[in-house]
Design a protein around this ligand. Structure first.
Ligand code: HEC
Length: 161
């Protein structure tokens, strides 16, 4: 009897979990669809007469900085100062003003948190590499939904140990 109660309880917990999972997935899907609409818009080549957007220029800096960092981390080193300029990711104007709807800010925070973790990481080559790759993954997460164009180049930033 005790056993069957326990079994019932576990079944109910299992079912609840399953339902939660379903709800969660459908939310994700909506967000992904929304972001997909955003992404095709945000990744168009700049059409504004003023040239590249503030965000595109910032991203180019982030790309170069990551390339330099990759070389340093392979030698177990890290740049001395945190790149404060990258905090502007939240406010920098994108090519298309629709870009920053949906999940943009959450992805941006995820990126900045991982970057902070890297700068606070123990200066050990293995730890640095792990934390650096986590930053690259944060670039990839945002780009998968918001701007798939540069993904190939971003994936090359990863260090394989
Ligand atoms: C929060 C989302 C987000 C994160 C995180 C992010 N990007 Fe971007 N990235 C974008 C968006 C959106 C654009 C398109 C900008 C525009 O067109 O105005 C872009 C554009 C770019 C471009 C193209 C710039 C150009 O010349 O037009 C490169 C390269 C790039 N990102 C690299 C990176 C790298 C490397 C990282 C991580 C270090 C990163 N991105 C992190 C959203 C993100």
């Amino acid at each position: 009897m005790v056993l069957s109660l326990k079994t019932k309880f576990l079944t109910i917990v299992g079912l609840l979990f399953f339902v939660l999972l379903l709800v969660d997935c459908s939310n994700d899907k909506q967000a992904a669809d929304q972001a997909k609409n955003d992404s095709t818009a945000s990744c168009k080549k700049p059409m504004n007469p003023n040239g590249d957007s503030e965000l595109a220029l910032l991203m180019r800096d982030m790309m170069h900085s990551s390339e330099n960092m990759k070389a340093m981390i392979r030698e177990g080193k890290l740049p001395d100062t945190f790149p404060e300029a990258f905090m502007k990711i939240h406010t920098a104007k994108p090519t298309d003003s629709d870009t920053k709807k949906a999940s943009f800010d959450a992805f941006a925070d995820n990126y900045l948190n991982n970057l902070h973790a890297l700068y606070n990481s123990p200066k050990d080559k293995h730890e640095l590499t792990q934390n650096y790759n986590a930053v690259v993954n944060a670039c990839v997460s945002c780009h998968t939904e918001h701007c798939p164009g540069p993904l190939k180049a971003i994936n090359k930033l990863r260090i394989t140990e």
